[in-house]
Design a binder for this molecule. Structure first.
Ligand SMILES: O=C(O)CCC(=O)C(=O)O
Ligand SMILES: [Fe+2]
Length: 309
């Protein structure tokens, strides 16, 4: 019985990586194969410093709850104290790469606007958005739908989320984050020191994801699965904490379709062997559906329920 499995770890540190080169093509194959097989893979990427960013950001979790709550809006959410997920808290920066957003965020939490944090948030997000675009381009090349790359890039935006999980008490369950598929396009995740992420395999078994301390995890979300007409797989995952763990932090960088953008399977990806699986849908409305009672009832079938043919 597998308890943990080692995902492929792909090296994206080469800043000279050229589209069409031998190295590009072989990475591209590995990206696609991993997305088909596991819906995720590990990535080495040395252009950002997630630990340094975490060191700056973690202090926000320690400020009084009323203060965090009072700073929460649709753009900058503090979320926590959910009785269904008592171990979990998060801080969200929506639309992080839009003009002025990082600055506004830093101004809310630090009296001097903490320009250092602001710069770190921006450069982290810019670099990861480039990595994300590279990975998505590779998948689109393999599928022969490069002509949509520009449109896809133009219609995406980015959300940065800082997660914190405390350890459970003896009587609490260890569920830090309940099983889910991500509802976005791609997610680039970094966990700080403490493991806890698990992926559900096809046979229903939960396995620990082992990735090296310096690598990121890239996961396919439901929107990308739908857009590719199911060619890539969106893995069900969760966070499980144990009494013995220290508290756990992670940083998620999420690519979403922009509000109002219609996710529409390209005609090139529909043929006799690949009948259309999903009707066109608005990605943001899909999230609203997922959060609704009907969406919660549908659980892991929410994508199929919402827009399945
Ligand atoms: O904290 C983690 O490692 C996982 C977070 C996650 O799955 C999510 O935010 O969607
Ligand atoms: Fe997730």
């Amino acid at each position: 019985m597998e308890k943990s499995f080692k995902l492929p770890t792909l090296d994206f540190c080469n800043s000279e990586l050229k589209v069409g080169s031998h190295e590009w093509n072989s990475l591209r194959d590995e990206v696609f194969n991993s997305f088909q097989e596991y819906g995720c893979f590990g990535v080495m990427f040395d252009k950002v410093k997630p630990r340094a960013l975490h060191e700056e950001m973690k202090e926000i979790f320690n400020v009084p709850l009323e203060f965090k709550m009072s700073k929460s809006s649709t753009m900058f959410g503090y979320l926590g104290q959910n009785p269904a997920l008592p171990l979990y808290e998060r801080l969200t920066i929506q639309d992080v790469l839009s003009q002025g957003v990082a600055k506004k965020f830093a101004n809310l939490f630090w009296p001097d606007g903490n320009p250092i944090v602001c710069d770190m948030v921006l450069s982290y997000s810019k670099q990861l958005s480039m990595l994300e675009k590279t990975i998505r381009r590779m998948v689109m090349e393999i599928l022969g739908v490069e002509k949509y790359i520009e449109e896809q890039n133009q219609s995406s935006n980015y959300v940065l989320i800082f997660n914190k999980y405390r350890k459970p008490t003896r009587d609490e369950s260890g569920i830090g984050l309940a099983p889910h598929t991500d509802k976005n396009i791609l997610t680039i995740l970094f966990q700080i020191q403490v493991n806890g992420l698990q992926i559900q395999r096809d046979n229903g078994q939960w396995v620990d994801v082992e990735f090296s301390p310096n690598s990121f995890l890239v996961l396919v979300g439901d929107v990308f699965k739908a857009w590719t007409n199911g060619r890539v797989y969106a893995p069900i995952h969760r966070v499980l904490m144990s009494e013995k763990d220290e508290e756990r932090f992670s940083i998620g960088f999420f690519t979403f379709p922009k509000k109002g953008y219609l996710v529409n399977v390209p005609k090139e990806l529909v043929d006799e062997d690949h009948p259309l699986l999903y009707k066109p849908f608005d990605g943001i409305k899909y999230i609203q559906f997922y959060k609704s009672e009907a969406g919660q009832r549908a659980g892991h079938d929410s994508l199929k329920d919402y827009c399945g043919v």
